[in-house]
Design a protein around this ligand. Structure first.
Ligand code: NAD
Ligand code: MG
Length: 297
């Protein structure tokens, strides 16, 4: 059976998808995505890189967060999964895969736009896992709008609450619990440096996440807590089919990359595993770009 270590041509390693035009209400479900995204369910092979670790992953029900949660479990970590109540179906599927890997999965539905919910989530994680040593801030909101005037004040607020404030609230609550050796991993984007005309609010949150990561990394390094970020390029997830891209652009999604295809969530998971694991002990304040070859600063 092939796995993430099998020698392969990255151009053809995953299908060059041409997604049909489709639209789901936010936040979208992996189970409703056409074609299905590859979360590494059938390919990710763990080698003990996170044995005994305790992870909290936001947006762990689908897409990049789900692929990461599966990989973490197969590497030996227990995982607390954060997601929205509407995503129960996706979350249950991923929790089942975590348990099949022999690890504990704790599902905690709730809205991260609420600071009290963020605090409770961290407290639940610490209680259920008897501690915490990996925090992955991955939940995100992305809604394309042609004109600035189409972004309502509420939508702008929700983009910042979900992408930036929740990261701040969760990290602030988690840090006092994190022992030396812990890892915080934020999810930024190629949009942080190369914003699309239709993603003005979203792209600016990703710039903030990148900057927050690099500043906090210096603050926490002396405590032995490493802070890093992953910056995905175009990855096929429910975010993109629930307003993240204009519907008419979906068939061309990801074809602008040097690899010529969209990425799959399965291709992101190893980046999170690397940054979570002690093997990256000297990697701090880094943004690991996983984007099919698009140039970054
Ligand atoms: P996704 O839709 O699978 O995951 C996003 C998750 O965010 C959802 O599953 C949901 O559980 C969570 N979420 C959203 N609003 C929330 C709220 N108010 N409270 C709690 N949870 C909430 O899509 P994805 O593409 O895997 O997104 C994961 C991260 O990757 C996001 O931060 C996104 O910005 C980032 N990203 C994605 C791409 C891409 O092309 N897909 C590119 C760059 C960055
Ligand atoms: Mg989801």
């Amino acid at each position: 059976m092939t796995d993430q270590y099998t020698f392969k041509n990255p151009v053809t390693a995953y299908e060059n998808i041409t997604p049909p035009k489709q639209s789901q209400p936010e936040p979208g479900l992996d189970t409703e995505l056409t074609p299905k995204a590859d979360l590494g369910e059938n390919t990710y092979r763990g080698t003990g890189r996170l044995e005994g670790r305790k992870a909290l992953v936001t947006g762990a029900d689908s897409g990049i967060g789900a692929a990461t949660a599966i990989a973490f479990a197969r590497e030996g970590a227990d995982v607390v999964m954060s997601y929205l109540p509407e995503e129960e179906e996706d979350a249950a599927r991923i929790a089942n895969l975590i348990e099949k890997a022999g690890r504990k999965a704790v599902k905690v539905p709730g809205d991260l736009k609420d600071s009290a919910m963020c605090r409770q989530l961290v407290e639940t994680a610490v209680r259920e896992l008897s501690g915490l040593d990996i925090l992955v801030n991955n939940a995100g909101k992305q809604v394309a709008q042609e004109a600035l005037g189409d972004i309502t004040d509420i939508e702008f607020d929700h983009s910042y609450k979900t992408n930036v404030y929740a990261m701040f609230w969760l990290t602030k609550e988690a840090v006092p619990h994190l022992p030396a050796g812990s890892s915080i991993i934020n999810t930024t984007s190629i949009q942080a440096y190369s914003p699309s005309a239709t993603l003005v609010d979203y792209a600016s949150t990703k710039g903030a996440i990148n900057n927050f990561t690099k500043g906090l990394a210096q603050q926490l390094a002396p405590k032995g807590i490493r802070v890093n970020a992953v910056a995905p390029g175009p990855i096929w997830t429910p975010l993109q089919a629930s307003g993240g891209q204009p519907t008419e652009d979906l068939p061309e999604f990801g074809k602008e990359t040097p690899l010529g295809r969209a990425g799959q969530p399965a291709e992101l998971a190893p980046a999170y595993v690397f940054l979570a694991s002690a093997e990256s002990s000297y990697v701090i304040g880094e943004t690991l770009n996983v984007n099919g070859g698009m140039p970054t600063p």
